[in-house]
Design a binder for this molecule. Structure first.
Ligand SMILES: Nc1ncnc2c1ncn2[C@@H]1O[C@H](COP(=O)(O)OP(=O)(O)OP(=O)(O)O)[C@@H](O)[C@H]1O
Ligand SMILES: [Mg+2]
Length: 261
């Protein structure tokens, strides 16, 4: 593969493996201690770079080593996170530790001062981005929750988008990861060791991340990604660890909103 010179000089001919988890059309090359994420240049790729820089020393995010845009492709070279993704076997087999990492990861996000945060994904911006996804035909209908559309659900993405515009909840603005699912959060023991995939990270309602975390736990436990279910799943564990009561209306709202991304 031909890489921009500025990137190539960091890695020369080091061996790598290509990651197979990503669903967003990006290529992720994993080296011994570095990771190279290559994706089409977009608002999200630029936001990811900007937020990763802004969060250096604030949260355990990868160190940015180099960033280049060539021919409308973005190349982000970063350090590799220590620890394991919270969807890995070690965590799937110990839900208490897993949920401690995830809850700590959320609380640490909420403690970050957002006064000069460069990413803003408040609901107006997110709804506008969802509308763009619809207009560009980018809504992935093969990757939606089973009941979102069809007989018991919405007629179409346009129909769902209108409903989301009509039912906007009041936001509690915090620093939000924006795609708070298990493969994007790394842990070491009971603590969070890395946040990655920061394309939609910025200011947003705290329930946005709670909702996607809840959905990701449930998908991983019921076997959507592992080929088998893990019977130990208790969907209240996350809320107990966070010390808050679930707001099911908001959880449903943000899971529905995420169908566009
Ligand atoms: N800095 C990193 N350290 C360790 N592993 C990483 C790092 N960056 C990416 N990975 C690995 O590559 C995977 C995909 O990366 P990332 O989530 O950034 O890409 P993506 O294409 O946006 O994924 P998706 O859209 O599926 O969430 C991660 O789940 C992780 O396994
Ligand atoms: Mg990811």
């Amino acid at each position: 593969m031909r890489l921009p010179e500025k990137i190539h000089k960091w890695i020369s001919d080091e061996a790598y493996r290509a990651d197979e988890i990503g669903m967003s059309g990006s290529s992720v090359l994993i080296f011994e201690d570095k990771v190279l994420k290559i994706q089409d240049r977009s608002k999200e790729s630029e936001n990811e770079y900007r937020m990763m820089l802004w969060l250096q020393k604030k949260l355990p995010v990868p160190q940015v080593l180099a960033y280049e845009i060539v021919d409308q492709k973005s190349y982000l070279l970063m350090s590799k996170c220590s620890g394991k993704m919270t969807c890995e076997e070690e965590y799937m087999r110990s839900p208490e530790a897993q949920v401690k990492v995830l809850a700590e990861g959320l609380k640490k996000l909420w403690q970050v001062d957002i006064a000069d945060c460069p990413g803003d994904w408040n609901l107006q911006n997110k709804l506008a981005a969802a509308r763009e996804q619809v207009e560009m035909g980018l809504v992935d209908m093969d990757n939606v929750e089973p009941d979102t559309f069809g007989e018991k659900g919405f007629r179409s993405p346009e129909d769902l988008l209108q409903w989301l515009y009509d039912h906007q909840p009041k936001e509690e603005l915090v620093l939000s990861h924006g795609d708070y699912c298990l493969p994007n959060i790394f842990g070491e023991g009971n603590g969070v060791s890395g946040y990655i995939d920061l394309g939609r990270t910025g200011i947003a309602d705290k329930w946005c991340d709670i909702a996607l975390c809840y959905r990701s736990l449930s998908h991983n436990y019921t076997g959507r990604y592992h080929g088998h279910a893990y019977p130990a799943y208790d969907d209240m564990l996350l809320f107990r660890e966070l010390g808050i009561e679930p707001d099911w209306e908001k959880i449903r709202y943000y899971i529905l909103l995420d169908e566009f991304f």
